[in-house]
Write a protein that binds this ligand. Structure first.
Ligand code: MG
Length: 408
């Protein structure tokens, strides 16, 4: 993972089976070369252009119709770790209900909001989408409870953190391609993981700098998205009421406004109207404040963004305070709700016991994990195995290992 990224491969090569269209052909306006020209013309000076990418770790020919960032997005969507997000906890463990957000639908909401804002700010939408779709790919089962359990179990073996593990997933753990491990993503998408991982970025092969605006945008959109959808799910589940959340001014003023305006509307529609207004308010403030901050900063290239002393994507000061107050209220009332605390406790206990069962006697390991343990050591191989699991795979594994009369 510390290899130096190669420069982009020769622009004359194309992926097998897809020849570049002739310049006179009607397909020419859809070619990768045409998209790259359009980026140079239409994106803001501070946006990351794919033509300036630092490239992939393993050289590959370019695609005729998709830029490198479009291919990164598609590679993420085709990854097994991405598909498993469907059965991983966002807030509620997967079997708690079919209408709550999962890691996958959360990811889709983040990508959708981030793409809208990227377009409005004239940032690179394809890069933004690739970063957004991959941002939670390193999460294990049971959400943040699962992450804290793995971090604790791995504290003497190199640790565990979902961004660092996301990079490990796309660089090492995914096996889809004949000539390399991982997905061979571009430097810029990989850098977004490293920027949020703990510790020295240089140890992961990246320079110490600010994230690109596309990566900053995904980070704030992640926060913005879960604040509004967790309100929605929390109220739908009966864990919190709109009234008890009123103490946070951003929600309180919005809720009171909706109730005054739509007194006769059924309550679920009042809730969804208020949640939508909170989301709209966050997006509007974020867009205006970010555009103003970028303008005032004078950054005129992605390199200037990397070198800038401050992050540039964010809310206005006053709105940011209101947004954080709402997030705090969610913490007190929803994330600390006895039902969620019990779920989290169970998830942590399952992961701890499975980890201990395997690490105490590696003879219990199945062949692929056993072979991987020979390469990376038993604790890391077991951690990789656990982190790859969905909620229900972990529950099944727990039952298999610890329930009498269950076939081991
Ligand atoms: Mg997220």
């Amino acid at each position: 993972m510390t290899r130096k990224p190669s420069r982009r491969s020769s622009p004359t090569g194309t992926a097998p089976g897809l020849a570049s269209p002739n310049p006179g052909s009607p397909l020419a306006s859809l070619s990768r070369a045409a998209i790259e020209e359009r980026e140079a013309r239409e994106l803001a000076p501070f946006a990351m252009k794919v033509a300036a990418s630092r490239g992939r770790q393993h050289d590959e020919p370019e695609h005729a119709f998709r830029t490198a960032y479009m291919r990164d997005r598609d590679r993420v969507i085709h990854a097994a770790a991405f598909r498993r997000l469907e059965y991983k906890t966002q807030v509620f463990v997967n079997h708690e209900g079919d209408s709550y957000r999962t890691r996958l639908t959360h990811t889709m909401e983040v990508a959708q909001v981030a793409r809208t804002l990227a377009r409005a700010l004239r940032l690179n939408e394809d890069l933004t989408e690739a970063i957004a779709l991959s941002h939670d790919i390193g999460h294990g089962p049971f959400g943040h409870a699962g992450e804290s359990a793995l971090a604790d179990l791995m504290k003497d073996h190199g640790g565990f953190e979902h961004n660092a593990h996301g990079l490990r997933n796309v660089d090492v753990l995914e096996r889809r391609y004949a000539s390399f491990r991982g997905l061979n993503l571009t430097y810029e998408v990989r850098e977004a993981f490293a920027m949020h991982a703990p510790g020295d970025k240089r140890a992961l092969g990246f320079e110490r700098c600010r994230p690109l605006l596309e990566a900053q945008l995904v980070d704030v959109c992640d926060n913005l998205t879960y604040t509004s959808h967790d309100l929605d799910d929390g109220i739908a589940a009966g864990c919190i009421t709109p009234e008890e959340m009123r103490e946070a001014e951003l929600w309180g003023a919005t809720w009171d406004g909706v109730v005054a305006e739509h007194a006769d509307l059924p309550r679920p529609l009042q809730v969804s109207t208020a949640v939508k207004r909170v989301l709209d308010a966050c997006v509007s403030d974020l867009l205006a404040a970010t555009a103003a901050r970028i303008g005032a900063s004078g950054v005129d290239s992605p390199e200037a963004v990397r070198a800038h002393p401050h992050l540039l994507v964010g809310y206005s000061d006053a709105f940011g305070r209101a947004q954080r107050a709402l997030a705090r209220r969610l913490h007190e009332r929803f994330y600390r709700h006895p039902r969620l605390v019990r779920m989290a406790q169970k998830g942590r206990r399952f992961l701890r016991q499975i980890f201990e069962a395997y690490t105490s006697d590696p003879a219990t390991l199945e062949r692929p994990t056993k072979a991987w343990a020979d390469e990376v050591g038993v604790p890391r191989a077991v951690c990789d195995h656990l982190a790859s699991m969905t909620d229900r795979q972990a529950l099944d594994e727990y039952r298999r290992l610890f329930t009498p009369y269950e076939r081991a």
